[in-house]
Design a binder for this molecule. Structure first.
Ligand code: ATP
Length: 923
């Protein structure tokens, strides 16, 4: 079926070739078709979402007249005609239902029927199994490919064509008027030397040679892949899409994977008579209701024809320019084509799915404290019997069976050596623990670094020669990779044991951390879980399909193909259609979320309700193991820990079995016995658990990182705010700032001083010298004495300044020289005395050398030192360019740039008259 985008493009090309304003350049168009048949296939490569063409504005203007052909020519049995009509419209009245049920019998003897499948994979498996059953030599033709391999998958011919003489084939390219796409024939001769296959097409015997197939990308505006191959495919079976348009006499329709409205109708409608049709695996859910717009389209009235057809000569107007809306929203409305499973990778790239799921991270851990130490590190409290508890109860995978067997053997035959191994690793791991977190008597704060350190030490030990020789001692031979697998289980067990006992008091933050809540707690979460579960199933299905396809024609691999085929069938059984869910799901409220998340992968993730229940179970189990507390204990190993716990849960596995109790093993064309079914079941269980663990682990790690990131950024933000505050206050308020303030009564500087005082009174200590404080006191009418300590002066200011709205006696604040004079006049107390007093008071708090006033000689000497570049600023370590830009602290005697101490360079501080303390000493 033509899509809206394709229709618009054809119209555009015709109009441009004709260089005309008329639609299609004035070319008369007669369109025919049945919209209740297969809908257009979306084409991701060309950004075509696969909308019905009648939705295009151009279509509405061009096809104003509609004629409904209602006489069916292919079939002549009224009940059969009605049944095809019903199922095409998504209806299943009783008479039609009964008729379809009756058609589930084998076909009466006759020619080999063609089997129709909804999905390519089923067709391929069927074709391969039939071909291998046919006598004769298998011949293969391999294509010559160029370009992007993912695009090559879209080709209608495969990379390899496997055929035998007398096998049925179908032409997949129009070669001439008679040799058309879809024509069926039988292979008569095969010549691999000159790449030719002779085919008998109903008496027309023709040599078919290799043809070039290309994939064009309108996005890249070029051919992105090409394949040179014989244009034939095997035709024991075909897809329903491929069979559309054919008229057949004997058909078997496998309806198990019908995924589109119209698909079943097309399949059933290919055959002339009921007696030539057999239905396989038919369910009512295969009858899918088409979208409403289709019914609306047929209900629309048609415009009557005018005799001169003037009604059809409409000019193209810009108002009907291409409806490119869907280019923005390429696939939100789209559904999947039959190729969907093969396009998963491509789709994933487009929706930015993180494929790197499950990569371990070592460096993240939170900062809980370890309170309790319960293990006596000198003795090993673990017995060999305890080791048995690390054997999994339920054996799902081959690896588990293997580990169990090996461990049992060691426990029976190498008890002594195993005991030595156990004691030694216990001691070593305990030592490592102590080294990192301290001894049992000390409570030590642990942080992410410590945990990383701990796990890296464990890793080093487990790869040391000492450790390897321990294992070799137990095995009585050179250690192999299998041995390490077995012993790593005991190693993990001991490591967990030690941490478990030491961290038993760690606060379990499961409830407070959002990342550890179950998906299934609310509707949105359930919707998300359905999507995740569906993705796990779809990925698993794709995985087995690929293995199956790769081994399809290898004779000795047929059991592997059967195995994969059965697994795919089981996975199919777990899914349904969105329409079915809308009608019958008990979790309808959650479906919206599933649909929203599906976007491109719509259809892939519609899993049945009972399958969702099973995943809810997994999820609830998962949060018991996948939480912050467990993360502390297992570090990067948490993924394996969670995975193993879920894998070995008997309840989960039996729930999984229950899910499939009604699955009909006989409904497939491959022979399946009970053992194979059970093996497949276990493998699938293991695969789905693994995939689910990867997704949840990925999410868990992301959430952890996010929460750590938030903590980190909060600390950082705090620091920035504090620094900014400090900078602000210390820079904003200084004597020169107050003096330069031209506002009335120096309101501006008053406010700044006020805010500086309110924020932190101690900052004032840093900003002003004693002399300046005296000045300020005078300006605010505060009675201060030069004998007062700086702190007392500040306290006075602190108590007074907030009570004023501006500086009351601005006149008292003059320039610094005047200030000095003012202070001189105020009190005639020797400054040296005050300095001594102040220094001795400070000395009570911290030890400091007694204050010695710098004599002119000392200053001169210092000056000389400065000039000889011997002295540098103690903050920035840079030299001083001028004498005036430096200042020396009277407590620590260090030199600083004034600016490094937030003192403006032009500010004069005569240190022969007053002391000055650097910021550090003030603190
Ligand atoms: N006027 C006719 N008289 C006799 N047989 C006819 C007539 N028209 C069509 N048929 C036969 O009916 C069958 C279906 O015809 P055709 O494929 O053209 O229909 P269609 O509408 O394209 O079908 P579909 O869309 O279902 O594939 C063919 O076998 C054709 O030979």
């Amino acid at each position: 079926m033509l899509s809206a985008k394709m229709f618009n493009q054809i119209e555009f090309i015709c109009r441009n070739i004709r260089d005309s304003d008329l639609y299609f350049g004035g070319i008369q168009i007669i369109g025919s078709g049945d919209f209740f048949q297969l809908p257009p296939v979306p084409d991701l490569l060309n950004r075509d979402p696969g909308e019905f063409c009648f939705k295009s504005d151009v279509f509405k203007n061009v096809f104003r007249h509609k004629v409904v052909l209602d006489k069916v020519m292919r079939q002549d049995e009224p009940d059969f005609v009605k049944a095809i009509h019903d199922i095409s419209r998504g209806e299943l009245p009783t008479d039609t239902h009964n008729l379809l049920k009756r058609l589930q019998r084998p076909l009466p003897p006759g020619n080999d029927p063609i089997r129709l499948f909804a999905r390519n994979f089923d067709r391929e498996v069927y074709n391969a199994s039939r071909l291998l059953d046919l006598e004769g030599d298998l011949k293969s033709f391999h294509s010559l490919d160029e370009g992007d391999p993912t695009k090559l998958r879209k080709m209608s011919v495969g990379q390899s064509l496997h055929i035998k003489i007398n096998c049925p084939v179908m032409l997949v390219k129009n070669l001439s008027k008679n040799l058309v796409n879809g024509l069926q024939g039988t292979v008569q001769e095969i010549n691999t030397d000159n790449n030719t296959v002779t085919v008998n097409f109903n008496g027309l015997i023709t040599d078919i040679k290799r043809e070039m197939f290309t994939v064009y990308s309108s996005i890249d505006n070029k051919v992105v892949a090409s394949r040179l191959q014989i244009p034939l495919v095997l035709s024991y079976g075909a897809t329903i899409h491929k069979a559309q348009g054919l008229t057949l006499d004997r058909v078997e329709v496998d309806s198990s994977n019908i995924f589109k409205a119209g698909q079943l109708g097309v399949a059933v409608g290919r055959v002339r008579k009921k007696k030539g049709l057999r239905l396989i695996d038919f369910h009512t859910k295969n009858v899918i209701k088409p979208e409403k717009s289709l019914f609306e389209f047929y209900e629309l009235n048609s415009v009557p024809f005018l005799s001169d057809l003037e009604c059809c000569n409409i000019s193209y107007s810009l108002a009907t320019e291409f409806n490119l809306e869907f280019e923005e929203n390429v696939l939100s409305e789209s559904e999947l084509s039959e190729f969907t499973y093969e396009e998963i990778d491509e789709i994933e790239k487009m929706v930015h799915v993180n494929k790197n799921m499950g990569d371990p991270i070592d460096s993240v851990a939170s900062e809980d404290e370890i309170h309790n130490v319960q293990v006596n590190l000198n003795d090993c409290p673990i017995s060999l019997d305890d080791i048995r508890s690390c054997l999994p109860d339920m054996l799902v995978t081959d690896e588990q069976v293997f580990i169990n067997e090996r461990l049992n053997l060691l426990l029976e035959k190498h008890k002594l050596q195993l005991n030595l191994y156990l004691t030694t690793i216990f001691e070593n791991i305990s030592d490592i623990y102590e080294q990192v977190f301290g001894s049992e008597s000390t409570e030590k704060k642990t942080d992410s670094k410590s945990w990383t350190n701990y796990f890296s030490k464990l890793y080093k030990f487990s790869h040391s020669n000492e450790y390897i020789s321990l294992i070799e001692n137990c095995c009585n031979r050179k250690a192999e990779s299998d041995d390490f697998t077995v012993f790593s289980r005991i190693f993990d067990f001991v490591s967990h044991f030690i941490i478990e006992n030491k961290t038993s008091n760690i606060k379990d933050s499961t409830e407070s951390s959002p990342q550890q809540s179950a998906y299934s707690n609310d509707d949105a979460g359930l919707g998300k879980l359905r999507y995740i579960a569906g993705r796990c199933i779809a990925k698993s299905k794709y995985h087995y399909m690929t293995i199956g396809k790769n081994n399809m024609y290898k004779k000795n691999k047929q059991s592997c193909v059967t195995d994969c085929f059965l697994k795919v069938k089981i996975l199919d059984y777990m899914t349904t259609t969105y329409a079915d869910l809308l009608e019958s799901s008990s979790y309808k409220e959650s479906l919206e979320e599933t649909k929203r998340k599906q976007n491109l992968t719509q259809g892939l993730t519609d899993i049945k309700d009972d399958v969702l229940d099973f995943f809810v179970d997994i999820d609830r189990n998962r949060i018991n193991y996948q939480n912050e507390k467990m993360f502390h204990k297992h570090g990067s190993n948490i993924f394996n820990f969670v995975h193993e716990k879920l894998l070995s849960s008997k309840t989960l596995f039996s729930n999984f079995q229950k899910l499939l109790q009604n699955f009909d093993l006989t409904a497939t064309f491959v022979r399946v016995d009970e053992d194979l079914a059970m093996a497949c079941l276990k493998a699938l269980y293991s695969d789905l658990i693994l995939r689910f663990c990867r997704v949840s682990d990925n999410q868990f790690r992301k959430d952890l990182i996010k929460s750590f990131g938030m903590q980190k950024s909060e600390t950082l933000r705090k620091r920035v705010v504090e620094t900014a505050k400090r900078d602000n206050t210390s820079k904003q308020i200084s004597m020169s700032y107050i003096l330069n303030d031209k506002s009335e009564n120096k309101i501006s500087s008053h406010l700044k001083l006020q805010s500086c005082i309110c924020d932190s009174g101690t900052l004032v200590l840093k900003c002003f010298t004693k002399k300046q404080l005296m000045c300020l006191g005078k300006a605010y009418d505060i009675n201060m004495s030069i004998k007062d300590t700086k702190q007392a002066m500040c306290d006075n200011l602190l108590a007074t300044v907030p009570n004023f709205i501006s500086i009351p006696n601005v006149g008292q604040l003059t320039n610094s020289e005047d200030n000095e004079q003012a202070v001189e006049n105020l009190e005639h107390v020797p400054v040296v005395e005050d300095r001594k007093q102040s220094a001795s008071k400070k000395g009570s708090k911290r030890k400091r050398k007694p204050y010695t006033p710098k004599s002119r000689i000392t200053r001169k000497k210092n000056l000389e030192k400065i000039q000889k570049d011997e002295i540098v600023c103690s903050i920035c370590s840079c030299k001083f360019n001028t004498v005036d830009e430096r200042i020396q602290c009277d407590i620590c005697d260090n030199w600083y740039h004034k600016e490094c101490q937030n003192i403006s360079a032009d500010q004069l501080i005569d240190k022969t008259e007053d002391d000055w303390y650097c910021m550090k000493c003030c603190e």
